[in-house]
Design a protein around this ligand. Structure first.
Ligand code: TRH
Length: 374
């Protein structure tokens, strides 16, 4: 057990990935490494979706042993922690930087995840900040030993595999969420608005097999409403067209979302955090990277496909479906190829979850790293 205090700073740029990663990391640093963690958040009302117990009127509160502080409560900026994690280059407040200088805090900038080969070269590089007499260290998550690793709770892969192989546990999950699950194929769907959702729903509706499709209400539901000829749809609705039954779910807790991914046959995920969760679920998935200019997101996608499917017979099929999904068009042939390759994709996804889980996880590597740096 460490006596050190850690501060994690999170600015919610867009969507939920930033707070999703920071909340997960904060909890893991506490639960698995015994650290005292404060999580500074700039927008409590968005964070409340991921941390439902948050009281947005409080400047400071403790939830699951993590002290959560509103970034705007700058009266506390004079008490810097021994280790400071600046998530995704969110720019620490100048007053707090002064306090870090006094405290001689260790300063780590946690970067976004990428499978691109350059990540290993840039990981752990220091960048001196003479004006504050501090050094900012770059910490890059990644898929190889040369990087900062992937966020993974100690038991998550085992828990997911247990759930995926135990019908009674699965039935209890569906029952708790009040969901039917009698179709041949179960698909979870979390996506950005430019995803070709209409194409996918059309193909699933006219498919040979019946499909249950689960959509958490966080996604843009407009495309789905239009597909079913409605003005709007909301959590709790179940819509059927031909061979497709679509279920709109409420926004799930982190734990329920993990379980949904573990019990579905195919998961559509996006961004950063749900992408990693899909890997640990050990089920075939299609990832949609966060859109970036100059096609940067497609480069990230290709880099990931190269790493993840390097030794898979189903590489071509997986690449085809991923590229179409991210490019905004899903032809029926690509989806059918994906379905036909499901046994191979399933085997590969499960093997990759086990393989990647053999590497040290991000929180453990981060703790070791922070013990080493000055
Ligand atoms: O919300 P996102 O699009 O976040 C993105 C990415 O992190 C991206 O890299 C970043 O640049 C951008 O934000 C600013 O997708 P992501 O990363 O999957 O985060 C979604 C979070 O929501 C994740 O923690 C899982 C969680 N979640 C639930 O808890 N319940 C749900 O029902 C769903 C669908 C998601």
């Amino acid at each position: 057990m460490h006596e050190l205090r850690w501060d994690v700073f999170c600015k919610i740029v867009d969507n939920l990935g930033d707070i999703g990663v920071c909340w997960r990391l904060a909890r893991q640093l506490h639960m698995e490494h015994g650290l005292q963690v404060r999580l500074w958040i700039d927008d409590l009302s968005v964070a409340k979706r991921v941390i439902p117990a948050l009281d947005v009127t409080l400047q400071k509160q403790v939830i699951q042993d993590i002290t959560i502080v509103s970034w705007h409560a700058n009266t506390m900026f004079d008490q810097a922690a021994e280790v400071v994690i600046e998530a995704f280059g969110c720019e620490l407040p100048p007053v707090y930087l002064d306090a870090m200088t006094q405290k001689r805090s260790k300063w780590v900038n946690l970067e976004y995840l990428s499978a691109e080969p350059w990540v290993g070269d840039f990981h752990a590089k220091p960048s001196p900040r003479p004006q504050h007499n501090l050094t900012r260290h770059f910490y890059f998550p990644g898929f190889t030993e040369a990087t900062g690793g992937l966020i993974r709770e100690r038991d998550i892969v085992a828990q997911n595999q247990l759930l995926a192989s135990d019908i009674q546990l699965q039935n209890a999950f569906w029952k708790r969420l009040n969901l039917t699950h009698d179709a041949h194929l179960r698909v979870s769907l979390f996506y950005y608005p430019h995803a070709p959702v209409h194409d996918l729903l059309t193909i699933m509706a006219s498919g040979r097999q019946t499909t249950d499709c689960y959509v958490p209400a966080s996604s843009d539901l407009q495309q789905i409403a239009r597909f079913f000829g409605k003005d709007s749809i909301a959590a709790g609705e179940n819509l059927t067209y031909k061979n497709l039954s679509l279920h709109v779910l409420p926004f799930l807790s982190h734990q329920d979302y993990d379980q949904l991914l573990a019990v579905c046959d195919i998961n559509f995920v996006r961004g950063e955090d749900s992408w990693i969760r899909a890997i640990w679920a050990g089920k075939p998935f299609i990832w949609q990277p966060y859109f970036q200019t100059e096609n940067t997101h497609m480069k990230k996608l290709d880099a990931f496909l190269e790493v993840f499917y390097a030794h898979s017979d189903a590489k071509q099929v997986a690449c085809e479906a991923h590229r179409y999904w991210s490019a905004g068009h899903m032809p029926e042939t690509a989806w059918n190829h994906f379905l036909n390759a499901l046994p191979a994709l399933r085997h590969h996804a499960r093997q990759q979850a086990q393989q990647l889980a053999k590497q040290a996880d991000l929180a453990s590597k981060l703790v070791i790293f922070c013990n080493k740096i000055q």
